[in-house]
Design a protein around this ligand. Structure first.
Ligand SMILES: [Zn+2]
Length: 67
C-alpha cells in the first residue's frame, strides 16, 4: 500500500497515512486537530531507500493525546 503524506490547513501539521490505492481520495482527518481541511502532498511511496524501520508511521489507535 502506498503511503500518502498530508498537510493540515488548519494547524499545518504533516502526517503520513498508509491507505489502499482506491481510498486515496477519501476524506482525511487531521490526526492532531481533527480538521478535514487537509491537502495531499506528494506520495512518499515506501520511503526513499534508507527507511527500514517504519515504526513511527503507524499511530496507535489507543493514543488519544493529552487533554
Ligand atoms: Zn490539524
Amino acid at each position: 500500500m502506498p503511503i500518502y503524506e498530508y498537510q493540515c490547513k488548519e494547524c499545518e501539521a504533516r502526517f503520513d497515512l498508509l491507505r489502499p490505492m482506491n481510498a486515496s481520495d477519501d476524506e482525511v482527518k487531521c490526526e492532531f486537530c481533527g480538521s478535514t481541511e487537509v491537502s495531499k502532498l506528494l506520495s512518499a511511496f515506501a520511503a526513499t531507500g534508507t527507511v527500514s524501520n517504519s515504526g513511527s508511521i503507524k499511530s496507535c489507535p489507543n493514543y488519544n493525546g493529552f487533554t
